[in-house]
Design a protein around this ligand. Structure first.
Ligand SMILES: Cc1cc2nc3c(=O)[nH]c(=O)nc-3n(C[C@H](O)[C@H](O)[C@H](O)COP(=O)(O)OP(=O)(O)OC[C@H]3O[C@@H](n4cnc5c(N)ncnc54)[C@H](O)[C@@H]3O)c2cc1C
Length: 465
């Protein structure tokens, strides 16, 4: 069987590896437009050591992902974080991130002191007395719209958008509840099914209670770290996948379309005829590639918008004066600060601290506003240093800035808005009438590393049938 995989990011390489496991004698060709593999995983050779400038961690409680890394022989390369807390920067001050809640959506105003007004605090406390939310089971709703209506703007702008934006590069207004906080949508569905009045505080309270129960069941067991990372960066993963897949990887191979003809599928701008094709490119590219074989899937995919960001990696000679925290999320409406977040990487990850000095990643850019992503490199470095000093007092220039890397991610993340899941379902339904073609990747399966891996493995299993 001959397989073509378009895109050598995590989805494409995972699918290639999985196909090899499922069908050892398969012929697998991976076509990658870039001159390197990895896509949004990108480990850069800093002089001080290999450093991630795209994704840097993964959710370590996803056992399917950690088992997969173990199968690849990467168990000993996985490292745990320090456990230092992250902070919010809001109203010119640093604040602890409130415990509990659903991506910053609280069940009560407790712990939000300093982040929201007294009026908002009273609204949160009284929310359960309001008429219920008109929640349609199975459907979705904008996170920002709902939280603004029920609690008030400052919960969205100071808390929820910062937390969700850290994952999706989009504000809460541009993200769907079911698409990004599915556990909350599931509680809403259940409340409707049981004839209960649907309120935000009531639903989040149920989530908090379920979590408390899980903690109780775990007893004294030491909580496992939420995140994990690769000691020498994600290159360890994508290089291993490429190697173990035994696939023929064609770099600098931009695929513009797929055609079905006698004997199988042909890719525009590539040699060969294939029995099966897996598309793992970002949504707008996938839309273009599918336009001939599935105009319906292509049309649906055009609904997916992308969010851009830029990561500025800064290596300092000294860490003196840098707070003992893993990172800082900046409130979406904070005046006079351009950065949206700082990862204090050498505080967050002990293996990076061992390199000496300090490593900081500053992130800029939100959905709908590319201006900072397009700013010139010197300006971005200045913005990062100025904002870091303003927020933490750490003077990066005085600390000695020895290495800089600026990585722009144009269209780096799909926007999981309140129609996204419907779009993905429409694409999958349309592709059912085109046997031999499948899709995987961040827009199809979820943006987190474990989701992308699970989606790509499932796609490979479907393709071999
Ligand atoms: C800045 C940033 C930080 C992130 N941090 C984290 C994190 O810490 N933890 C986490 O879990 N997730 C994180 N993510 C998300 C995660 O990295 C991505 O969801 C995941 O890597 C996407 O993998 P993919 O294979 O679906 O897509 P991609 O990585 O985008 O791969 C698609 C590939 O297709 C190629 N391609 C595009 N067009 C063509 C064409 N015409 N022909 C051939 N090839 C083409 C691209 O060059 C690319 O290599 C982050 C994302 C970004 C942008």
């Amino acid at each position: 069987m001959k397989y073509a995989i378009i895109g050598a990011g995590l989805a494409g390489l995972t699918a290639a590896y999985e196909l090899r496991q499922l069908q050892p004698d398969a012929e697998i060709d991976v076509f990658e437009a870039d001159e390197r593999i990895g896509g949004k995983l990108y480990t850069v050779p800093f002089e001080s050591g290999r450093t991630d400038m795209g994704a840097e961690g993964f959710l370590a409680f996803r056992k399917d992902a950690t088992d997969f890394f173990e199968t690849l022989g990467l168990k000993d390369t996985i490292v745990a974080p320090s456990g230092l807390k992250s902070l919010f920067y809001c109203g010119g001050n640093l604040h602890a991130i409130p415990m509990g809640g659903a991506m910053g959506i609280p069940a009560s105003s407790k712990g939000l002191e300093g982040l929201i007004s007294e009026e908002t605090a009273s609204r949160i406390e009284a929310e359960k007395d309001q008429p219920g939310i008109d929640w349609q089971p199975g459907k979705d709703m904008s996170v920002g719209k709902l939280v603004r209506e029920r609690y008030g703007d400052d919960v969205v702008d100071h808390v929820v958008s910062s937390l969700l934006g850290g994952v999706y590069s989009s504000s809460a207004d541009d993200l769907g509840i079911r698409a990004t906080i599915p556990q909350l949508a599931a509680v809403f569905d259940k409340m409707v099914a049981e004839g209960e009045k649907v309120t935000l505080a009531g639903a989040v309270e149920k989530l908090d209670a379920a979590r408390a129960k899980m903690r109780e069941a775990a007893g004294d067991a030491k909580p496992k770290p939420v995140f994990g990372a690769f000691k020498d960066g994600y290159a360890q993963l994508y290089e291993e996948l490429a190697e173990q897949s035994g696939a023929q990887i064609h770099l600098d191979s931009f695929i513009s379309g797929i055609k079905r003809g006698p004997g199988g599928f042909r890719l525009e701008k590539a040699e060969g005829v294939f029995d099966r094709v897996l598309v793992t490119t970002p949504a707008p590219t996938a839309a273009a590639q599918l336009r001939t074989v599935s105009p319906e899937a292509s049309a649906a995919l055009k609904n997916v918008k992308l969010a851009s960001s830029v990561v500025v990696g800064l290596k300092f000679d000294s860490a003196e004066g840098l707070p003992d925290n893993s990172g800082i999320l900046v409130a979406a409406d904070e005046p006079g600060v351009r950065a949206k977040a700082f990862t204090l990487a050498s505080k967050k990850w002990p293996h990076l601290a061992e390199r000496g000095g300090a490593l900081v990643r500053a992130s800029f850019g939100r959905f709908g506003d590319d201006s900072l992503v397009r700013a010139n490199e010197d300006d971005l470095v200045d913005y990062a240093l100025d904002d870091l000093q303003k927020i933490t007092g750490f003077d990066g220039r005085a600390a000695g800035l020895s290495e800089i890397f600026v990585q722009r991610w144009f269209g780096g993340l799909p926007c999981y808005n309140d129609t996204h899941l419907e779009t993905v379902a429409a694409v999958r339904a349309a592709l059912e009438s085109v046997p031999g073609i499948d899709v995987a990747g961040a827009w199809a399966d979820g943006v987190g590393i474990p989701n992308v891996i699970a989606g790509a493995r499932a796609a490979a299993a479907r393709l071999v049938k």
